[in-house]
Ligand binder design. Sequence first.
Ligand SMILES: [Zn+2]
Ligand SMILES: [Zn+2]
Length: 75
Amino acid sequence: MLRRGLRIVVKLIGTNSGGYLGWVLKYCSICNRKLMVDSDAVYTCPKCGNTYYCLADYKRLHGKCPHCKSDLTLI
Ligand SMILES: [Zn+2]
Ligand SMILES: [Zn+2]
């Protein structure tokens, strides 16, 4: 599943030099709210990358990236 693959990628990015798998904190690109990848619904655009959206903004955007109109995916 695509969803599972994305989660693994995020985990690797969130690993520090000691190899500790910590939680990953992101900020919503629209409302700047703190998003904890492991406990909150965090959406991203697979094309744009490095942009994250909270559930409320995901719904407001109707699941589409505001930049390229691709479908946003759940991390
Ligand atoms: Zn938001
Ligand atoms: Zn996009």
